[in-house]
Design a protein around this ligand. Structure first.
Ligand code: ADP
Ligand code: MG
Length: 338
């Protein structure tokens, strides 16, 4: 069963320019993204800052209307809902976002913060709020002492645990995790990711897990999608994509990662000469990555590559995906030789 399905989802923002603020064209923040997440599983969405990840998540959460396409989240189209049915649906679909410092109201104690979702939804938890708060705290590895604290008295990792507990209070089915550990130190990141994994298996949660960090996404998701400039440019099993990318942008992401596992680098062979000149206007028609792509050819200027199947479980939006797949492989990476 599918818990989240996106079909050709598009989001345009009007571009304003000039002193009178007239609109001139649009910024296509999300450009025809399709994906499908089975109930109980995690789909990882990765891509650099500004590629459209949060815009996508706001549409999934019903916080923003889309320009085109279809969304089915936990059985409903958020943008068709209002009133009581919207409120009911919001219990099923929650967000865990970045930067707890800004996300939590500063003047409420943690235990009150954790009661808030019930108050807002006018629900009395089965065993009463104090007991339920204590349970939530222990589920995320906090204690009564943390419950009495104010957010600023907690560490970044503890605050993020509070954010997670709040998202879980209403027993959601689908959770959008938008850069949930990006504001945390690496050692704390690992603990919070462990917690998210444990909660998922305990409650059968479905995650749309968003991060700019491919390593984080790989550790969380069985399947990943790589986004560039509003487009899904690659999709496939996380391990396969990580070991043998099928899109040059994915390869760039991998090569940019700090190498903690032994100077890991992707070997590549020489390709033909890159496209000579690329003017700004042609950006709309060709491949949006070609301006940075070491493999760009004339065809990449003339024709936008669609996301297509390039191997049994692999999809790539690159005209030269087959060459990328066969020409790159990871070297010296742990696990390659087992
Ligand atoms: P990411 O989460 O991947 O960093 P975003 O979804 O935040 O990317 O942004 C995608 C693009 O859309 C960016 O170019 C950003 O400037 C633009 N954008 C995001 N929100 C708005 C908005 N409310 N109005 C106009 N442009 C926006
Ligand atoms: Mg974002």
């Amino acid at each position: 069963m599918s818990m989240l399905r996106l079909e050709n989802v598009v989001k345009d923002y009007p571009l304003r320019s000039g002193v009178f603020g007239g609109t001139s064209g649009v910024l296509r923040a999300v450009d025809g993204v399709s994906l499908d997440i089975a109930a109980g599983s995690t789909f990882g969405l990765v891509g650099e800052s500004g590629c459209g990840k949060s815009t996508l998540s706001r549409m999934v959460l019903g916080l923003e209307r889309r320009t085109a396409g279809r969304i089915d989240a936990a059985g409903r189209d958020p943008q068709e809902l209002k009133g009581a049915s919207l409120k009911a649906w919001r219990r099923d679909v929650q967000i865990i976002a970045q930067d707890p410092a800004g996300a939590l109201p500063a003047r409420m104690r943690v235990r009150r913060l954790l009661e808030e979702p019930w108050r807002i939804h006018r629900i009395e938890p089965p065993h009463g709020r104090p007991i339920q708060v204590a349970q939530l705290l222990s589920q995320v590895g906090l204690t009564e002492r943390h419950g009495r604290a104010f957010p600023h008295q907690l560490s970044g990792g503890q605050r993020q645990r509070v954010v997670i507990a709040r998202a879980l209070a209403l027993e959601p089915r689908l959770v959008v995790c938008d850069e949930p550990v990006s504001a945390l130190d690496v050692s704390v990141q690992a603990q919070v990711l462990d917690l998210l994994r444990r909660l998922q298996s305990e409650y059968g949660l479905t995650y749309l897990f968003i991060s700019h960090d491919l390593r984080v996404v790989r550790s969380m998701a069985a399947e990943i999608g790589v986004m560039f400039s509003g487009l899904l440019v690659e999709r496939g099993p996380a391990d396969a994509v990580y070991r043998r990318p099928a899109h040059p942008y994915t390869r760039e992401l991998l090569n940019a990662m700090p190498s903690i596992d032994g100077g890991r680098r992707l070997r590549s062979v020489a390709f033909g000469p890159p496209a000579a000149t690329l003017d700004g206007d042609a950006r709309r028609t060709g491949c949006p990555y070609r301006l940075r792509c070491p493999l760009a050819i004339d065809r990449c200027v003339a024709e936008r590559p669609p996301l297509r199947q390039v191997a049994p479980t692999r999809f790539s939006a690159c005209h030269r995906a087959e060459e990328v797949l066969s020409a790159t492989r990871t070297s010296q990476s742990i696990g390659d030789h087992k």
